[in-house]
Design a protein around this ligand. Structure first.
Ligand code: MG
Length: 375
């Protein structure tokens, strides 16, 4: 039997350029995506990889790798990497760490570790993760593309790019960013994109939490004119009461979850009827272990799951193929060249991964090219 005793925990930080070297949404400007994680090695030589996604800010990225190196590593060495659930709770419940943060930095660090453990478990079983989790629940997983809809692009460029994505590349859906200073400009942007792509493709819009309830309510009646699939993060992330009021007043469904860090937060939003499309991100909710719990919760409420891709889909493609609540998956190609099996979309559908593991294994040349010093 393969010896999966953990012998080494080695964090890493990569900063990878985004498309066109700069993108903006209503609240962020990005030049790079941070791939911040850890390699975990076992006695038999299996190397597990796991990471969280960041905005590539080196000082805060180092808080995550420091948490792995100085707090979590000693809890992992000598343990069996395949005891994933037990180790998740060992790290999550570690009093000294839990006391300083049950979410945020410590949870992002936990996500990286948990993913590396699942990666080892799947590699030891010689199966891609989706198969280890019970097999694919759909023949083909639909992809929707977000990378043409940035707020830093003018409306005509967004519309033209979205048309190319649906007409030439075969996407059945796109998402564009909104949430500028003038909501009327956003409505014009939405109108132009809908007119340009036609009525068939799905169109989602993402406000990144920028507007308040008043602004959102003022444009909500116009959205049905453009057949919007969902409004993502319409108002501030933690405002549960506001989302409840908005969901009662707005005909367009609400999507959120990328800034919810724990099962408990998802329970509160789902039980209150404040969300329609559930968007957990395994890089933020403490990894695959907690993501699966959130997806199960959504399933119990018969709500669709559309993961937010802090991993740019590398691991979520496995989870989304395997989980019956997963309805489609976002596609952004920024970091795919870093991995031994990059995500791939063909005719608008994600290609099912074949390599054993969780899809997070780094290519040595990518590490060479993008690695940052840990201190
Ligand atoms: Mg979003």
């Amino acid at each position: 039997m393969t010896d999966t005793t953990i012998t080494a925990v080695e964090p890493y930080i990569l900063h990878v350029p985004v498309t066109g070297n700069m993108v903006q949404d209503s609240t962020h400007t990005l030049t790079h995506w941070g791939v911040v994680g850890t390699k975990i090695t076992t006695a038999s030589g299996i190397e597990g990889y796991g990471f969280t996604g960041t905005h590539a800010h080196l000082p805060s990225d180092r808080l995550i790798t420091d948490c792995i190196r100085t707090c979590y590593a000693e809890l992992l060495l000598g343990e069996d990497a395949c005891d994933v659930q037990r180790l998740w709770h060992k790290l999550y419940g570690y009093p000294f760490v839990q006391w300083v943060g049950r979410t945020g930095i410590t949870h992002l660090a936990l996500a990286a570790v948990d993913t590396a453990l699942w990666d080892i478990k799947a590699k030891a079983a010689e199966q891609p993760l989706w198969k280890l989790l019970g097999g694919a629940t759909v023949e083909r997983l639909e992809a929707y593309n977000t990378d043409g809809g940035w707020l830093s692009l003018d409306a005509q460029t967004v519309a033209n790019t979205c048309r190319k994505l649906v007409e030439q590349d075969g996407y059945r859906g796109v998402k564009i960013k909104i949430g500028s200073d003038d909501p009327r400009a956003d409505l014009k942007r939405i109108e132009l994109v809908r007119k340009t792509i036609g009525s068939d493709p799905t169109l989602a819009v993402d406000c990144n939490g920028r507007w308040n309830l008043t602004t959102m309510l003022s444009i909500a009646p116009r959205l049905p004119d453009y057949d919007i699939l969902w409004v993502e993060e319409p108002i501030f992330y933690d405002d549960l009461a506001g989302h409840v009021r908005l969901s009662q007043a707005m005909a367009t469904p609400i999507a959120l979850g990328e800034q919810l860090y724990a099962l408990d937060n998802f329970r509160d939003f789902i039980a209150a009827g404040a969300v329609h499309w559930v968007q957990p991100d395994m890089t933020r909710v403490g990894g695959i272990t907690e993501w699966l719990r959130v997806a199960d919760l959504a399933l119990a409420y018969r709500l669709p799951v559309v993961a937010h891709v802090g991993d740019m889909g590398q691991v979520h493609v496995h989870l989304s193929y395997a989980h019956p609540a997963a309805a489609r998956l976002e596609y952004i190609p920024w970091i795919r060249e870093c991995f031994t099996e990059p995500i791939r979309v063909q005719d608008g559908y994600y290609v099912r991964p074949e390599q054993p593991g969780a899809g997070a294994t780094l290519r040595p040349d990518a590490v060479e090219k993008y690695a940052k010093e840990l201190d």
